[in-house]
Design a protein around this ligand. Structure first.
Ligand SMILES: [Zn+2]
Length: 176
């Protein structure tokens, strides 16, 4: 799936240009259920924001938009360490979208980023993990582990395994 790069302009308040170590990934939801609140709409919106709010990718049921280079800091939580170490992904929850497909696309993106930056499964976070905020609300209500399982389902039909099993194994035997 194509990742459409549509970056926030340099110098904007939500693109500080500081370093992101890319040692983790944080999953969010937009919490915007309006019709049409898809990835393209958020790509336009984030470029106009005049506050310290930003993230790297927005995913919907048909597209993935990238708003910042992975290696640049974003303002996706109130936790400075999170903002300087993890790549932030927002999942759209627009009522005219197919959330199951959005989760599939997000899992594809997460697998891609894990490979690219050598990120281990233990460093995949939800916004809730950092600050206690109820985000990503739908995924949390469905059980975050259930969503995380998708990262280990590959085109080659590799074994699906639970996060708790992965933790016991120290993650080292998993082909992602
Ligand atoms: Zn969030």
């Amino acid at each position: 799936m194509e990742i459409i790069q549509d970056f926030i302009k340099t110098g904007r308040i939500n693109r500080p240009g500081a370093r992101n170590s890319c040692t983790g990934i944080t999953v969010h939801e937009t919490a915007n259920k309006n019709k049409g609140a898809d990835a393209l709409a958020h790509a336009k919106y984030i470029k106009t924001l005049n506050e310290r709010t930003s993230w790297h990718y927005t995913v919907d049921d048909k597209s993935i938009y990238q708003h910042l280079p992975d290696e640049e800091k974003s303002y996706h939580t109130s936790n400075a360490h999170a903002n300087e170490s993890s790549i932030a992904i927002e999942l759209c929850v627009n009522s005219d979208g197919d959330f199951e497909k959005t989760k599939e696309n997000a899992a594809y993106l997460i697998r891609t980023l894990m490979k690219k930056h050598n990120i281990s499964p233990e460093n995949i976070y939800t916004h809730h993990d950092w600050t206690g905020k109820n985000c990503p609300a739908t995924i949390l209500s469905e059980g975050a582990d259930k969503f995380l399982l998708r990262f280990y389902e590959s085109d080659e039909g590799e074994k699906t395994i639970s996060i708790s099993e992965l933790r016991k194994m120290g993650y080292t035997k998993i082909a992602i």
